[in-house]
Each structure stands twice: as structure tokens, then as C-alpha cells.
Design a binder for this molecule. Structure first.
Ligand code: PLP
Length: 416
């Protein structure tokens, strides 16, 4: 497959933006593909190659690229104006839709990204409880604000983040409620912040009753539970992971799908906590583009398309795909774990069970990258990193699912 035009542009880009990309995970050697257009579950690069997309922009595109309802909503809103710095009806409608769907969302505040949502939620949790500490999960990712990029084990202190900021972030192992309990007992903890399904070290589901146990512990200890549903929100079910697992946190963060493909974020939760936000209370959150009607119109159009039936079909199609991937791995006598929740999945080579980040990090990343490159040459674009998630969308039909399964099987032969 010829990708000369992508390579040529990458060489120019590398001189004008670090690593040639606007977010580090997109980089791979010799060059990321430059995407020209996307339609449904397919993208085309600037060399004219077409790929079935399994990266799906890391999660927002549950309806695929350029969905007609989303385009219509955006075009209609664009003609009326894109941002007013004052309330608008699309904003009201998106907030209503979110609070109708998401169990914990008695009140909602719209922001512009998942990073922002997490940053404000942490401030709000501290403001409400008067405590400092945040417990996050090993392998969890919550965007790029300082408190969640670092933690108090000196080993993960990132350059540019002060030790003082890092000192208030504690790390527990996912799927280990006992660690959370003991950390809460020993420290001044405001909140437990967790992705209910880990989605940034591949995909790792919660073990039976784990989320409920964490809910019980936090409730008993007077610590807030925050689900980071930036990935899982509106992906696993209409009300996200909290609906799927029937565990309601005090607060949650959202992003990705709720913007219909435009930059988006939100946080939501109990009214007594959310009411502490300005202008009702003393906790600060501001944003020029927060709740802008373009994102709200696009997000609302996307959410309205996602009925229960569509979730069922999407999750079933993804299950079919991961079953046949598992069968191919057996046929080739390869040790690997295929983890899936709803329409997100990942393959971990050379490990047979992945229940937390240390297990995931033991996988053979070189084999994944070999698979990634071979799949790319077969016309399938997976995320270019072993510890990311693959995503399917409603436009991955039977022919695409079959093609992915077939190419996966063929390419396994070469990396085995
Ligand atoms: C769970 C989770 N939280 C927060 C974020 C940050 O969101 P954004 O990239 O919109 O800032 C991400 C991004 O991938 C995420 O996966």
C-alpha cells in the first residue's frame, strides 16, 4: 500500500509540531496516515487508500463518520450561529437528554473536553468534602490535568508537575476494593475517581460486584465516588457503565460521544454537590465555549439516534467479532486474552487473563504493533498502540465485521 503523501506531509509536520502530531498516541513509524475523509465505519487517507476504522477517533464516533443526522443538526445550527456566550435551546436540550439517560445526573454542567470535566469534578469534590486526596486506579487515564497525570509514588512524578500536586493523588489497583478501603482509612480522601471499565490500558472489565463494593466502601466512609465515563458514557448503554452495572456514583464525567464528533465534555451528579458550582455556590468553573450550541446540537442528534435496540445490535456485532478473533487465536495455538465490554475491545498477546494494569502491561506490545501494521496494509485501521481500545460503531455491518475477522485470522499466521 502506497502511503507516500502521508509520509511527505509527516516530514513537514515534524518540523512544525512536536513529533508531527497534535496528540502523542497518534504517532507511529514511519508516519501516521493523513486522513482525508470518513464515511460510516470507513476512512480514506490522502494517498487514496481506504480502511475499515476500528480506532474511531478513540471513542466519540459511535454512529461512524459523517452521520447524516449529525450533519443536518450541525448545518442547521451553524447557519444560526456557533457560540453566543449565553444560554441556548440546544444546550438545554442536551442537558435534559443527559439527565434523562444518566442515573447519577440530577444536575449537569457542560464543558469542552474530558480533561476539563475531570479537572472541575476534582475541584468540586474537594470543595464539597473539604478533603484533599484523590484515589485513582493504576492504569486509569483521566486526561491531561496535573493531579491525574501524576501520583504520590515518586516513580511516576512527571516532568513539569510539582511534587506538591502529586502528593494528593493516591493509586489503587483496579479490581481490588480492599486497597481502596485501606487507603481511605489511612488518608484524607475526598474522592475515588475511576473509569468503571478501564479503557486506557486496553479494555479491562470490572470483576463481579467490584463496582458495588467500591460504592459501599465510599458511602460508608463519606468519600465521593466519581465515575469517569468519558469513554463508557453513552457507549455501553444509554446511561453508560453506571446503567450497565447498576451502580450509581455521586458524580460522573463525560465527553466523546456526547459531542457527536465535536469537542465536548460534561460532568454531572447529585444536586447537593453540583449546587456548589458558581453562580449558585463558591466552586469555580468557567468556559467561553462551554455549552456552545454547535456541540450541543451535534451531541443531541447523536444521542437521539442511539436507541436501546441500536446498543443491542452494536454490542452483539462486537461480541460476534471478538468471538471469531478468539477462535482464530485458538486455531493458531496462540496465548492471548481478548477483552470486550459492549463495543470496546482489545487483544493482549502472550497473557491469558487481564484483570488489572500490571497484567495488561505484561502483554507482548511488539506482537500487537506487528499485527497493527499488517492490518493497516490489509485495509483495517486499529489504534496504533497495544494499550488502547478498539471501538466499533453502528455502521460496522456484517461485511465489515467479517472482513476484520478474516484479516485478523490471516495476519495472525504471520506474527505467530
Ligand atoms: C477516561 C478518560 N477520561 C478523560 C479523558 C480526556 O478527555 P479529552 O481527550 O476529551 O480531554 C479521556 C481521553 O481519552 C479518557 O479516556
Amino acid at each position: 500500500m502506497n502511503r507516500d503523501a502521508s509520509l511527505k506531509n509527516h516530514l513537514i509536520m515534524k518540523n512544525i509540531t512536536p513529533g508531527g502530531v497534535s496528540s502523542p498516541v497518534r504517532a507511529f513509524d514511519p508516519s501516521p496516515i493523513y486522513v482525508d475523509s470518513g464515511k460510516g465505519c470507513r476512512i480514506k487517507d490522502i494517498d487514496g487508500n481506504e480502511y475499515v476504522d476500528l480506532c474511531m477517533s478513540y471513542g466519540p464516533l459511535i454512529l461512524g463518520h459523517s452521520h447524516p443526522s449529525v450533519i443536518y443538526a450541525m448545518e442547521r445550527q451553524m447557519k444560526k450561529g456557533s457560540v453566543f456566550g449565553a444560554p441556548s435551546i440546544p444546550e438545554l436540550e442536551l442537558i435534559s437528554e443527559i439527565s434523562k439517560r444518566v442515573p447519577c445526573a440530577e444536575m449537569v454542567r457542560l464543558v469542552n473536553s474530558g480533561t476539563e470535566a475531570v479537572m472541575h469534578t476534582i475541584r468540586l469534590a474537594r470543595g464539597f468534602t473539604g478533603k484533599k486526596g484523590i484515589i485513582k486506579m493504576n492504569g486509569g487515564f483521566h486526561g491531561s490535568s496535573d493531579p491525574v497525570l501524576s501520583d504520590n509514588s515518586q516513580t511516576t512524578l512527571k516532568k513539569g508537575i510539582t511534587a506538591c500536586t502529586a502528593s494528593d493523588t493516591y493509586v489503587a489497583e483496579y479490581n481490588s476494593p480492599e486497597q481502596i478501603e485501606s487507603m481511605i482509612e489511612k488518608n484524607d480522601i475526598a474522592a475515588v475517581l475511576m473509569e468503571p471499565v478501564l479503557g486506557n490500558v486496553g479494555v479491562i472489565p470490572p470483576e463481579k460486584d467490584y463496582l458495588q463494593k467500591v460504592r459501599n466502601i465510599t458511602k460508608k466512609e463519606g468519600v465521593l465516588l466519581i465515575f469517569d465515563e468519558v469513554i463508557t458514557g453513552f457507549r455501553l448503554a444509554p446511561g453508560g457503565a453506571q446503567e450497565m452495572y447498576n451502580v450509581t456514583p455521586d458524580l460522573c464525567t463525560m465527553g466523546k460521544i456526547m459531542g457527536g464528533g465535536l469537542p465536548a465534555g460534561a460532568f454531572a451528579g447529585r444536586k447537593d454537590i453540583m449546587s456548589l458550582l458558581r453562580p449558585e455556590g463558591p466552586v469555580v468553573q468557567t468556559g467561553t465555549f462551554s455549552g456552545n450550541p454547535m456541540t450541543a446540537a451535534a451531541g443531541l442528534a447523536a444521542l437521539k439516534e442511539m436507541t436501546n435496540e441500536r446498543y443491542r445490535q452494536l454490542n452483539n456485532a462486537t461480541e460476534e467479532l471478538t468471538h471469531s478473533m478468539t477462535d482464530s487465536l485458538h486455531d493458531h495455538d496462540m496465548t492471548a486474552s481478548v477483552n470486550r465490554v459492549g463495543s470496546m475491545f482489545q487483544v493482549f498477546f502472550k497473557v491469558d487473563k487481564v484483570t488489572n494494569a500490571p497484567c495488561a502491561q505484561k502483554c507482548n506490545e511488539k506482537m500487537y504493533m506487528d499485527l497493527f501494521r499488517r492490518m493497516l496494509d490489509s485495509g483495517i485501521y486499529m489504534p496504533p498502540a497495544a494499550l488502547e481500545a478498539n471501538f466499533t460503531c453502528t455502521e460496522h455491518g456484517r461485511p465489515e465485521i467479517q472482513k476484520i475477522a478474516e484479516e485478523f485470522g490471516k495476519n495472525l499466521r504471520c506474527i505467530a
